[in-house]
Design a protein around this ligand. Sequence first.
Ligand code: ZN
Length: 382
Amino acid sequence: MSRKLLILSLTTALSGGLASAEVPQVAVDIAPVHSLVTRVMDGVGAPNLVIQVGASPHEYNLRPSEAQALQDANLVFWIGSDLTPWLADAIQTLAPNASTTALLESEGTIELEFRESALFEAHAHDDHDEDKHADHDDNDDHDEDKHADHDDHDDHDEDKHADHDDHDDHDEDKHADHDDHDDHDKDKHADHDDHDDHDEDKHADHDDHDDHGAHDPHAWLSPQNAKTWLNVIASKLSAADPKNAGIYFSNAAAGQTEIDALIAEVNVTLEPVRGMNFIVFHDAYQYFENDFDFPASGAISIADASDPSPARIQEIQGRISNEGIDCVLAEPQFNPGLVATVMDGSEAKTGILDPLGAGLQPGAKLYPELIRNLSKALTNCL
Ligand SMILES: [Zn+2]
């Protein structure tokens, strides 16, 4: 120990206890969430990242050091089982007494339905989208209901459907899809015990997407959600560590101001390429599309990143050749061969979108850099 450190620790010990000894041990699932928690803990401590940067959370095996991070944790922040169903068991086993927060389920979070289709009907629905945004801001009761009663999705969706009766076919389609989806989920639960080789089935037959949740889990790609979560994180940390509550909340407020600046910057970056058509690798960007009103035309894979069926690839190829797709975006985590396959013979450009910050240094700056990079990658490709 250097003299300086020794003096520092003696001083702190004498001045009534080490602040650091009381700082909660925090484990976090993915790098973007780790970034937000790092921002809130700035000047107090630092969280531990469980799923390493560059790895896909959709399929992952915990290493011993990562299991240890969970075991040591007083607090766990994670997106939730919709993103990493496998992590739910690990948290339960390794961190049974930790205060655990699934951010996707936290109050005020924008949650979007899981999209099953390869092609998105984005361009005919501008009015609808604007109404949706307005509705979302005005209708607090609606959101509270949603959060108060998570199991009651059907009522919720009927309300939503009723709110939008005058809009278009889109809502009816969505509603119909949703009903199918519910039936599907019931089947899933009924059949669950019979399917021990379920995971193998999934890879063999990709039309049978059983094991994703009802919501698209990539909610961190909404900077609006990131702003909400900064406060959620500050609240949970403050409950565990009231002494530093002032720091946590002021860091969260500063982080929210930074994200507001980021949102303004991204809107400027995207402005020249609005209205252009792009296909993404896996359906991870719905929250970004929604926040910035910047819709994708389709996704090669659904949001759980399972390999697409040949029929789905054909649908995407059809859209690329028939509808003037300007860009197809790959991802650092996944097989580039698939992009080459769907691109076959097309003159669309290619780029790379990184939804997790794979090439970035973990830390407070990762989150804004990740969102900024998405907007730059889209602008460069379109
Ligand atoms: Zn994903």
